[in-house]
Ligand binder design. Structure first.
Ligand code: GLN
Length: 287
């Protein structure tokens, strides 16, 4: 339905140009940048781990703090012992290793995970985070590492279609692009706030579909598939087609150019040497 992929890519590209350029480029990447982030949370930091004085600092010396919302399988979820696992967690661990740091996962709500990185309380945020124009105004993003496709979950036999969604009640996860776009005005391609309920997690939104509180759930494709599988007894299904296509990337505090270069460099190395794909395959082919 919507397609913001091009926008996201253009934004990510201008961002990396700005990051390389140093000097007087892109007004947007300067302002918050040069000011020290949220005073209290920035102890003098560490100089990247083992490797040659790479110049970046982290919230806690020797550690790479990742804020996330471990409610988004297979990107991030908790295992049976309550430990965070998933594609984002393993990619972050591999990035940390490349930088000579130890990964620390800070699990919190989705909105809180985005705020933590903006405020300098975490070094990176990874939570299947879509790059959007609004978010680019508040944080910086690495190159994209995945295409996110949002889909619509309904009950089997439901009358809801991609085209009449606006006549129904839609469940989403609060703070996500599903919520932001769906609750926008019809002129902007949304359905209006009256048609959308934002739930704390995607799982709770799906429970609201099962109980009849909403008629459809808009959510990213991979979690959607997991939720449909987990609710096999409740006859849920995905509408054919995609609702929106987006780019996922790693968020960093605005203006943290040296850490951005280090993280983006590590991410691209992991893509190039096949490590990234191995992690994705492990989670996506596992089911
Ligand atoms: N990709 C969506 C967003 O960034 C949802 C992410 C999530 O629920 N973890 O808003």
């Amino acid at each position: 339905m919507k397609k913001i992929l091009a926008l996201a890519m253009a934004a990510a590209m201008s961002l990396s140009l700005a990051a390389c350029g140093g000097g007087n480029g892109a007004a947007s990447s300067k302002p918050a940048a040069s000011n020290p982030p949220a005073a209290s949370s920035t102890p003098s930091g560490s100089t990247g781990g083992g490797t040659q004085g790479s110049g970046f600092t982290t919230v806690e010396p020797g550690k790479l703090h990742m804020s996330t919302n471990a409610e988004f399988p297979p990107y991030e979820m908790l295992d049976d012992s309550g430990n965070p696992i998933g594609i984002d967690v393993e990619v972050a661990a591999a990035i940390a290793e490349k930088l000579g740091l130890e990964l620390v996962v800070d699990n919190m709500g989705f909105d809180a995970a985005l705020l933590a990185v903006q405020n300098g309380q975490s070094d990176i945020a990874m939570a299947g985070i879509t790059v959007t124009e609004d978010r680019l105004a508040k944080m910086d993003f690495t190159d994209s590492y995945a295409t996110g496709v949002q889909v619509v979950i309904v009950k089997e036999g439901s009358d809801v279609t991609m085209d009449n969604l606006g006549d129904y009640m839609i469940g989403t996860q609060l703070g996500t692009t599903g919520y932001i776009y769906a609750s926008d005005t019809p002129e902007n391609g949304g359905y209006g706030e009256d048609h959308v309920i934002g739930f704390e997690t995607g799982a709770v939104a799906v429970q609201a579909l099962v109980s009849g509180q909403v008629d459809a759930v808009i959510i990213d494709n991979l979690p959607a598939q997991e939720y449909v599988k987990a609710n096999a007894a409740n006859n849920l299904t995905l509408l054919e087609g995609t609702w929106v296509e987006e780019d996922y990337a790693i968020a960093l505090q605005k203006g943290n150019v040296s850490l951005m270069e280090a993280v983006n460099g590590a991410l691209n190395e992991l893509k190039a040497d096949g490590t990234f794909q191995n992690i994705v395959d492990k989670y996506i082919t596992a089911g």
